[in-house]
Design a protein around this ligand. Structure first.
Ligand SMILES: [Zn+2]
Length: 422
């Protein structure tokens, strides 16, 4: 393949995925608008028209903004790659540092920093304009900046040694570097999973042991019934940032913790909390968490192997606007550029993996619902879900194709109909 052929393939794939995203979003908007006038029949006892319309307006506002985001992302990616952005940054970093590995690290950091700065206005608008307009944002701008600062520090402490290690392995381990890098990647991710609940999450939120004795004893008897051991029940101050509610598990083996957002406990009855927890237990019992981790690791092994092949070609670099490889200004520098180019352009080429992953996730949701229906009353889970849909202003009428593509959870109507047959 020649460089210009690859440039053509890349631009065509980027245009196609961007058009597909815009087309799906347009369908979604049209579908929501055409169902805005009335609450779907299955919900008309439970959801008021005003709430239904708020959900329609909120979802539409987010979807319209996502369309703008898709165009911006495409333009940014073009500017960084064929537009010469990465090459430009690499040239500057090459002037600052003489060791190839330092040049490589500096280029990766500079590109990532620049990228996040350019994306920041979008995140700020999403939180402080869209979320705020619908009454969901509880975050102050000061908290937003503090979060960003903590994120940068954590990224530096954990990410810099990782990138350095990866670049070093890529340079030293010969043809099978990707296997070594993969092992490091797996160990790194397991380490993060391990330290996240006790070291990272507390930097952002307060976790207090659950106080409500009635709720605690109900939950403990559910855990016993399901043969599940957890190290503690915690309430997280999710209301500090957002009015959206959630519940989740973290940790491994016997150190597992169950975390409830305070916003969830405020809204649900004891029965409903129990049903939501039973659903989460279903994910564990059916080994969804382990399956997902294994699938992600398998996929990353495939990607690293592919990167190993692409790195040996000149068209991959030149086709994406980078000339360093052909001028041979140091192995570590060009491996860093290959790394950047690969992971920045990967979403364009793996776009069709999205719906596959979504379908896999929806299958797990059905299984977890079935488990919850066996352990608790399915009607309680239905009521809890309706409340969560109301509180999150999630639309009850997504476009079916849009939903197939993006939704990790089945649409409300499908999911509830499923539960009602259990
Ligand atoms: Zn679930």
């Amino acid at each position: 393949m020649t460089a210009s052929q690859f440039t053509f393939i890349f631009i065509a794939a980027l245009a196609l995925t961007t058009l597909a995203k815009l087309w799906l979003a347009r369908r979604h908007l049209a579908h929501i608008a055409s169902h805005r006038a009335a609450v779907p029949e299955a919900f008309n006892q439970k959801v008021r028209l005003a709430e239904h319309q708020k959900a329609a307006d909120y979802t539409s506002a987010k979807t319209r903004f996502d369309m703008l985001g898709a165009l911006f992302d495409a333009a940014l990616l073009l500017a960084f790659t064929v537009g010469g952005g990465i090459q430009f940054i690499a040239d500057i970093c090459n002037g600052w540092f003489s060791a190839p590995i330092a040049q490589g690290l500096a280029t990766i950091v500079a590109v990532l920093v620049l990228y996040s700065l350019l994306e920041a206005p979008f995140n700020i608008y999403r939180t402080f304009v869209i979320e705020a307009r619908f009454g969901f944002n509880k975050m102050t701008f000061k908290l937003y900046l503090l979060d960003a600062l903590k994120g940068i520090l954590i990224g530096a402490v954990l990410g810099l040694p990782l990138v350095l290690g990866v670049l070093w392995l890529m340079g030293r381990m010969g043809a099978y570097w990707w296997l070594y890098v993969w092992v490091v990647w797996v160990v790194f991710n397991l380490l993060i999973l391990f330290i996240y609940p006790s070291f990272i999450a507390p930097l952002f939120n307060k976790f207090s042991p659950m106080q409500d004795e009635a709720m605690k004893s109900r939950i403990e008897s559910l855990l016993n019934r399901c043969g599940f051991t957890a190290q503690g029940l915690f309430v997280m101050d999710g209301s500090k940032r957002s009015a959206h509610g959630n519940a989740y598990f973290t940790g491994f083996g016997k150190t597992k913790r169950i975390v409830f957002f305070d916003t969830l406990l405020e809204r649900l009855s004891i029965n409903e909390v129990e049903a939501v927890l039973a659903h989460e237990l279903g994910h564990f019992k059916r080994r969804h968490v382990v399956k997902r981790i294994v699938a992600t690791f398998a996929l990353s092994l495939g990607f690293l192997w592919l990167l190993g092949l692409l790195m040996q070609t000149a068209w991959f670099y030149q086709g994406l606007g980078v000339t360093t490889h052909s001028t041979g200004s140091g192995q570590a520098q060009s491996t860093a550029l290959a790394f950047l180019l690969f992971f920045m352009t990967l979403p364009v080429f793996s776009f069709l993996l999205g719906p596959v992953m979504s379908a896999y996730s929806r299958k797990h949701e059905f299984e977890a619902d079935a488990y919850a229906a066996k352990q608790t009353d399915a009607a309680d889970l239905v009521n809890a879900l309706v409340k969560l849909y109301q509180d999150n202003a999630a639309t009850l009428t997504p476009d079916p194709l849009y939903s197939k593509f993006y939704d990790s959870h089945p649409p409300a109507m499908v999911r509830i109909a499923h539960l009602q047959t259990q």
